[in-house]
Write a protein that binds this ligand. Sequence first.
Ligand SMILES: [Zn+2]
Length: 235
Amino acid sequence: MTVLSDLLSVQTTDIAISQAKHRVSHLQETIDRDAAKSALAEIDAQIALCDTEIATATAEIVKVDRSSHEHDDKLVKLNKQLKTVIAPREAEALQHEIATVTTERSALDDRELELMGVVENGEMKKSELGPLQASAKSTLAAATMALSSAKQKIDAEISALTEQRSAQALVVPKSLMSTYEAKRKHRPDGAVCRLNGPTCGSCHLDISQGEINAMRAMTGDELPECPHCGSFIVF
Ligand SMILES: [Zn+2]
């Protein structure tokens, strides 16, 4: 019946392997790396928004400038005309036009000042975000490194355990290994177990003393199994 204790060793290693795999997929380092990634993405997005605001305002400043020059040219022309007209009604009309163009010209100045404020504000925000971005980048780099080293450590553990498992499985008959694999599908951690007193280590139900005695007396190819869950019992 030592073949079952060999099988129990295989199961112990299998459990250790699945626990290690579970740890790999639930690492704190992954959570930290993801948090660092989104923190950086958030800052990058804010910088991109500043860039867009600056670019839009700069493009409008160019247009406003062009329009201001056109207004200046028009004013020069209108003032020249004003000097040549004699009819009072014509002069009045010209003066009215000059006043309108002057008002528009002044509104363009106001708009340009406003846009320069937008650019300045955007540049200021960017200069504040710069150091934050640099620090978020180094946090992410450190978190990425920590994650990769944590993963490497567990991967090494898993490959050592896998090697150990292969060696342990070698001494177990192939047909028993197949039965074990089939039982594991239903009870991954309890295909084979020891008794705790009269209690099955797998399903935790009590087995009668009569059944225990009968199992202990088994010989040859017979292998003791829990009457409740079918787990192999190691004595
Ligand atoms: Zn059981």
